[in-house]
Design a protein around this ligand. Structure first.
Ligand code: SF4
Ligand code: SF4
Length: 99
């Protein structure tokens, strides 16, 4: 079965809440995560107090947490993998019951 980038495990990507969250209390704007991720999830904000945002959460690869390993201050968090897996399964079941 082929999948385009808008679906994951057969469900629409935009129904899946998987993305990094930046803890601005911890973030020191080293930009390691920005430099690391090739998927344009993060965007810099020049001349603003908050200099980095999660601008494209749907670009984040579901269940990837790789950028968090680059973050010295441990400022990146992700949803619970178990919770998200459960939700994907429920969405898939709801979709198949409507076919
Ligand atoms: S978890 Fe992976 S895909 Fe998502 S922002 Fe980090 S490096 Fe990019
Ligand atoms: S790697 Fe961590 S500390 Fe550095 S910019 Fe990203 S979130 Fe902030």
């Amino acid at each position: 079965m082929s999948e385009d980038k808008d679906t994951f495990m057969g469900v629409p990507r935009d129904t899946i809440d998987w993305k990094p969250t930046i803890d601005y209390e911890k973030c020191d704007y080293c930009m390691e995560c920005f430099d690391f991720c090739p998927h344009h999830v993060f965007e810099k904000r020049e001349n603003e107090p908050i200099k980095l945002v999660v601008a494209n959460p749907l670009n984040c690869v579901v269940f990837c947490r790789a950028c968090s390993k680059t973050c010295g201050p441990d400022a990146l968090t992700f949803p619970s993998k178990a919770e998200v897996s459960k939700k994907i399964k429920e969405t898939r079941e709801a979709m198949s019951s409507h076919e």
